[in-house]
Design a protein around this ligand. Structure first.
Ligand SMILES: Cc1cc2nc3c(=O)[nH]c(=O)nc-3n(C[C@H](O)[C@H](O)[C@H](O)COP(=O)(O)O)c2cc1C
Length: 207
């Protein structure tokens, strides 16, 4: 049975467009893979990875106070979810031309030297290998495939670079775009996303 980690990171909760499209992708993945368990992690309420968190990680386990123990437990749980997954689906809104600060907080928690990457004589090595990643990128404007705002897309290159650093190199994007450009553009954005899902997941039911 395949193990899917579903990460949502929007400030709009159930009205999130990246989440809506990612749920369609998930439905199709589950259909195509037969049986799959899904772990959902909404990172919207995740704390920043701050000095106290770093301090907790650097304190030996037996010397941590209750707050430090709980900070380390959260970071360990997030890493454990990523390690356990065969497939990771990330619903990623574009905010200010990049990812949400909430998704950045998740990344800051899971990027840990010696666990998800390491440095060797040959340079950095990502340790989250052999997993498939899908990213549903929701945008108010048009960036994909040479769209008019392409030069301002710091979301896709950042995510590709960061995930690659962690060893996650098999990454496919689904774009849902034009979401701040009126009803027609929104309908078109969802139609394009559905076609892409059908292309990415061969047994997809999406039109
Ligand atoms: C704080 C904020 C910043 C945004 N910045 C951008 C932006 O830089 N470029 C863009 O195309 N859309 C931008 N948008 C529009 C979002 O990408 C759009 O609302 C999308 O639906 C967000 O995904 P979500 O619904 O999953 O949160 C922004 C929206 C918010 C709330």
């Amino acid at each position: 049975m395949s193990n899917i980690l579903f990460v949502t990171s929007s400030i709009f909760g159930e009205n999130s467009k990246s989440r809506t499209v990612a749920l369609d992708l998930l439905t199709n993945l589950k259909l195509s893979e037969g049986a799959a368990s899904v772990t959902t992690r909404d990172v919207a309420g995740l704390p920043h990875f701050d000095g106290d968190t770093l301090g907790a990680l650097m304190t030996p386990a037996e010397k941590r106070d209750a707050a430090q123990t709980s900070r380390v437990a959260l970071a360990d749980a997030l890493i454990g979810e990523a390690e356990a997954a065969d497939t990771i689906v990330i619903a990623a809104p574009m905010y200010n031309f990049s990812i949400s600060s909430q998704l950045k907080a998740w990344i800051d928690h899971i990027a840990r030297s010696g666990r998800t990457f390491r440095y060797s004589a040959a340079g950095p090595e990502g340790l989250l290998k052999g997993k498939k990643v899908y990213i549903v990128a929701a945008r108010g404007g048009l960036y994909a495939n040479g769209g008019p705002a392409a030069a301002m897309d710091f979301q896709e290159p950042y995510l590709r670079g960061l995930l690659g650093f962690l060893g996650l190199t098999d990454v496919s994007f689904v774009y849902v775009e034009g979401l701040n450009m009126g009803p027609e553009a929104v309908a078109n954005g969802f139609a394009v996303a559905n076609k892409r899902i059908a292309q990415l997941v061969p047994t997809a039911i999406a039109a």
